[in-house]
Design a protein around this ligand. Structure first.
Ligand code: ATP
Length: 234
């Protein structure tokens, strides 16, 4: 069974159709599946549909064996699919540690163990554990958002543009982290840094105007004309 199975997905915002007959899969043995495409292609819409925030017009969307249209978004988290949104949605006036606690609401009994694992991965968060999240730098906030996602012990972690607005060095650190995480957790990665993100990927999809234009292994996509011409120029 695949971790994620999407077949013939159509999604609208009112009259505006954003995803068109989209099919994709995340397999059991995938470590990283990357979705690339220009602004407005529908990548965030796809992730929101997988996490049950948006209801599709039609199509089949199965995440970890459940039809996402028939269960609550919180049940999808419970089953092991966690989505770290582009906005990060941290609680700015709560401490780093309290934000991690918010991420562990489905796994309260293993909070301390998971928190220590996150601190080991991101030592800077341990240094700032009592500071309000709003006082962290952009890079640290991204680490916290990823760390909070990990607190729910996901089987699949979806990251929406985790390197967005980060200086190159911090973006580099985020990619190293993703590589590390992907030893244990399958990562669905939406990214603007196409070369890095496809470099990490077992498989990838190029989304344009709400449709899958090209799919293949990370390497096949990197070498494909569509990606080279559209995204890697310069
Ligand atoms: P970006 O990289 O800019 O985040 P994206 O590939 O994630 O782009 P989406 O955010 O999914 O794309 O947007 C796809 C299309 O849907 C765009 O045309 C966008 O304007 C539109 N859209 C997104 N959210 C809404 C909304 N809440 N209501 C109406 N239209 C929306």
């Amino acid at each position: 069974m695949n971790l994620i199975d999407v077949d013939g997905l159509n999604v609208h915002y009112g009259d505006l159709q954003v995803l068109w007959d989209l099919s994709l899969e995340v397999r059991d043995d995938d470590s990283v599946v990357t979705i690339v495409g220009p602004n407005g292609a529908g990548k965030t819409t796809l992730l929101k549909t997988l996490s049950g925030i948006l209801t599709p017009t039609s199509g089949r969307v199965e995440v970890l064996g459940a039809d996402v249209t028939s269960i609550a978004a919180s049940d999808i988290v419970d089953r092991g699919f966690v989505h770290v949104s582009e906005e990060r949605n941290l609680f700015g006036d709560l401490s780093v540690e309290a934000n991690l606690r918010m991420g562990s609401y489905t796994k309260r009994e293993t909070f301390e163990e998971n928190r220590d694992m996150v601190f080991e991965m991101f030592p800077v968060l341990e240094d700032r554990r009592d500071k309000n999240a709003s006082t962290l730098s952009g890079g640290e906030q991204q680490m916290l958002a990823i760390g909070r996602g990990l607190m729910a012990e996901p089987e699949v972690l979806a990251l929406d543009e985790p390197s967005n607005a980060l200086a190159p060095q911090l973006a580099e650190q985020v990619f190293r982290t993703i590589e590390e995480i992907s030893d244990d957790v399958t990562v669905v990665l939406v990214e603007q840094h196409v070369d890095k993100a496809l470099g990490l990927a077992d498989r990838g999809y190029l989304l344009e105007n709400g449709r899958i234009e090209t799919e293949g292994t990370g390497r096949e996509l990197l070498e494909s004309e569509a990606v080279r011409e559209g995204y890697l120029r310069g």
